[in-house]
Design a protein around this ligand. Structure first.
Ligand code: SAH
Length: 479
């Protein structure tokens, strides 16, 4: 290791910054955030300083720093565009043994300013020891996207109990075990799910158990998690975290291998979808399975396609869990309608086309669709149909019979958001025929309404000339 990583307490300490542009502004900002008294030496500070110049802990000097200005300073930052000025500051600082840092000049740096992920009070700092600051910055962005904002709050929450835990659990090892169980266990889960009161209550119970050297009773829980429509990039932070905490995962057909790849490696996997020549497991049996597994003390991850509360029967599973007093939490996911809409360039609402949008399921009994047809054929409305692929023909026929214009634009998005997504557009009149010809096998989403024509306008986003081909609006960033 070339440097010793430390986090300095600079509260009410003097920090000198020289410079007028971006780097100096960043140094000022970070120093002020950490509670330092900042002396800025800048003749013409740029616009980025506008909110700092009036900060009560900042003194602005419109001149160069002198040796006397450095008296009592802890750090001197040379962040000027003028290399000579930085060098001069460095030597002034060294004469008084003050820690100095000149941006981008390793030989004039007593320390490195790391790339920082700030989830106050939780802070992650990364350094490449001056070798590749850009690599450190890229890494920072990656870690940034992995750390939910709520980790900062969790750190604060834990901090609030630190003294009490210190008093009740004498051995450092006991405290370490305790905190591991709290943060990576049900207390952490409750807190991250937004239930701070219950989390605190549970923490105190566990503290009592740990202080009396009792084994913390492991109680099972169920995480009902929406995994989105297929693209793993659409998972939420919370979904990812709980996927890593599962002892067992219960999943079905809508969950692809890509998504399963994010579940903890050693979690047991139970498939409850349809197998060739076999019946799907009954909903009642799935709900009961969740209860039984949780009663064995396991963390049960119930992974659902899209959102658990949109045609996901999440409500039914939740009912049985509640009846059995099993702790559970529900995590929303991006529903298939939303994923298919954005990934196919068909907005579901638009000022000129549709002011409302209805989600319906075409999963009827014995091929008979019990839908409120009159409600579906309203003007200026988009209709999105889940589970409609096998009854697409009847669906289109019924809409026309109930007064919809046969020329109404309509589309089917097959395997939306996945790498093999395909789209067919047409009208109520000809959509079924086109979809049959394309041989879609689902999961598929039907979108009906004039918003479908907007796909044409959005083609510049990277669509190919072939209308049948898929494209992804998210690919826009790469263009
Ligand atoms: N809870 C899920 C829906 C479950 S119902 C959600 O919120 O998305 C299953 C239906 O969802 C499928 O029959 C299909 O109509 C739709 N669906 C799910 N994933 C899809 C995908 N990737 N592309 C298109 N439709 C999808």
């Amino acid at each position: 290791m070339d440097h010793l990583p430390v986090f300095l307490d600079v509260k009410n300490r003097k920090i000198v910054v020289c410079g007028e542009e971006t780097i100096a502004a960043r140094r000022v900002e970070a120093s002020l955030r950490a509670g330092a008294n900042v002396h800025l030496f800048a003749k013409n500070p740029g616009g980025e300083f506008h909110k700092h110049l009036t900060h009560k802990s900042l003194v602005h000097h419109q001149r160069e720093a002198t040796a006397k200005d450095l008296d009592g300073a802890l750090i001197a930052y040379g962040a000027s565009e003028d290399a000579e000025e930085n060098k001069r500051l460095y030597h002034l600082a060294k004469a008084q043994d003050i820690l100095a840092n000149v941006a981008d000049v390793t030989e004039y740096c007593d320390f490195i300013t790391p790339s920082v992920i700030d989830r106050n009070p939780l802070v992650v700092a990364i350094s490449s020891s001056g070798n590749a600051p850009i690599l450190a910055r890229i890494l920072r962005a990656r870690i940034e996207s992995m750390l939910p904002a709520s980790y900062g709050r969790l750190a604060k929450f834990a901090g609030g109990f630190r003294d009490r835990v210190m008093k009740h659990i004498a051995k450092p090892e006991g405290r370490r075990n305790f905190w591991e169980q709290v943060i990576d266990g049900s207390v952490g889960d409750l807190f991250m799910a937004g239930d701070e009161d219950q989390a605190a209550e549970k923490l105190l119970i566990q503290l009592d158990e740990a202080a009396n050297e009792k084994e913390i009773a492991k109680k099972g829980a169920v995480f009902l998690v929406g995994a989105g429509p297929g693209d793993p990039d659409l998972l939420t932070f919370r979904a990812l975290r709980l996927m890593q905490r599962a002892d067992v995962v219960v999943y079905d057909r809508l969950i692809g291998d890509d998504i399963m790849g994010f579940v903890r490696r050693d979690a047991e996997r139970i498939y409850v979808g349809k197998m060739p020549n076999q019946h799907t497991m009954l909903q009642e049996d799935i709900s009961q399975l969740l209860v039984d597994l949780a009663k064995q003390g396991k963390n049960v991850l119930r992974l659902k396609g899209g959102d658990p509360f949109i045609f996901g029967r999440g409500g039914e599973e939740m009912d049985l869990l509640a009846e059995n007093n099993i702790p559970f939490q529900v995590v929303p996911g991006i529903t298939a309608a939303s994923g298919c809409s954005t990934y196919s360039g068909i907005p579901l609402t638009h000022r000129d086309h549709a002011q409302s949008c209805v989600f319906v399921t075409a999963h009827g009994k014995d091929g008979v669709l019990e839908l409120d047809w009159n409600n579906l054929v309203q003007p200026a409305q988009t209709v999105v149909v889940y589970m409609g692929l096998s009854s697409l023909g009847i669906l289109m026929e019924q809409l026309a019979r109930h007064g919809a214009d046969p020329k109404t634009p309509a589309a089917v998005v097959d395997k939306g958001t996945r790498p093999d997504q395909r789209i067919v557009t047409g009208t109520i009149e000809d959509l079924n025929e086109k979809v049959q010809a394309a041989g879609f096998d689902g999961p598929s989403m039907i979108i009906i309404g004039s918003v479908v024509t907007l796909r044409e306008k959005l083609r510049w986003f990277g669509a190919t000339d072939d209308q049948e081909h898929s494209f992804s609006l998210t690919a826009r960033d790469d263009l």
